[in-house]
Ligand binder design. Structure first.
Ligand SMILES: [Zn+2]
Length: 313
């Protein structure tokens, strides 16, 4: 682990300064970058921050050992939230630490729950792949938000709500069965009708047949089922479906295929625009979305052109 830029070696060597109101000088103040090497500043340069030569000597020893580990000059969340904060209150610190622990625990618990629901384990490699690829395939905020919420199982289900409040039913808003997380997203017979039709449409669109696996539809874990060049469209399409389910949360309504096509068209437009802003070639965009464009043309024979795409090309 690298030594963070905000650590104070003076504080670490525990030499109390006369005026304890003042903050300890941190490495950011004490070190300099000379000839691409991180060095301790000369005694005179940091004179005002330390008490005497003896302390400078101690500092130098500490710096030498810390240097072995290396320094991290990147500003971490810890630094931006806490160290640089003017209101460095205990409650804030506590809240932040609590937040970290809770999140970490939540991730692990959620990972275990997903495996229990699927009835088989998701390997660490699969999770890592998910974080590396799926989280980076788009900049669209709603898509990323949905990925995160799904993975951490942050949606409030009837079951969870019934634990939180008295007199709240734990039953599914759509079918009346027990409203657990997995039921609400997958096993509910009403939502299965929706997933079944999405699955049928997607097989038509991608021109391949594959099994309807919950881990693919809910988390984007596709393994080898979906060819690499169709992976992006698969992720967009399944996220569109989930975003629609989330939009009808707490109601007994099921999204329609029409809603889904519309959402996917929106994503295509957004993606096209963001590529345009980034001055990227149209080629990549076109090759990603051509199957969707073709699918639309086949579905609506009356359609002469697909406006969303024509504008972008
Ligand atoms: Zn249900």
């Amino acid at each position: 682990m690298l030594i963070a830029w905000w650590t104070s070696p003076v504080e670490a060597i525990a030499v109390k300064r006369k005026n304890t109101q003042e903050s300890w000088p941190t490495y950011k103040i004490l070190l300099k970058n000379e000839d691409n090497q991180i060095k301790l500043k000369n005694f005179e340069e940091i004179r005002e921050h330390i008490s005497d030569w003896f302390q400078y000597h101690q500092l130098f020893e500490k710096f030498k050992s810390d240097k072995q580990k290396g320094f991290s000059t990147e500003i971490s969340r810890f630094e931006s939230d806490l160290v640089n904060s003017k209101r460095k209150t205990l409650s804030k610190t506590y809240r932040l630490l609590l937040d970290w622990t809770v999140k970490e625990e939540e991730v692990t618990v959620a990972m275990v729950r997903w495996s229990q629901d699927f009835g088989h384990s998701i390997t660490m490699a699969q999770w890592e792949n998910l974080w590396k690829i799926n989280w980076k395939f788009t900049n669209c905020y709603t898509i990323r938000e949905n990925f995160q919420k799904m993975q951490h199982r942050w949606y409030l289900t009837p079951w969870k709500l019934s634990k939180m409040y008295k007199n709240v039913s734990s039953n599914c808003w759509r079918c009346g069965d027990s409203g657990t997380f997995y039921h609400m997203w997958w096993t509910c017979r009403k939502i299965q009708v929706f997933w079944e039709s999405i699955h049928a449409e997607l097989q038509k669109m991608l021109k391949i047949s594959f099994n309807k696996k919950p881990e693919a539809y809910l988390l984007g874990i596709t393994d080898l089922d979906i060819p690499q060049k169709r992976k992006a469209i698969f992720l967009y399409a399944t996220t569109a479906a989930r975003v629609l389910i989330a939009a009808k949360w707490k109601s007994n309504e099921i999204p329609s295929i029409q809603d889904w096509i519309q959402k996917l068209t929106e994503y295509a437009e957004l993606h096209g625009l963001s590529e345009k802003i980034k001055n990227k070639s149209k080629q990549e965009f076109v090759s990603k979305w051509e199957v969707f464009k073709e699918y639309l043309k086949n579905k609506y024979s009356s359609l002469n052109s697909v406006a969303a795409f024509e504008e972008l090309q």
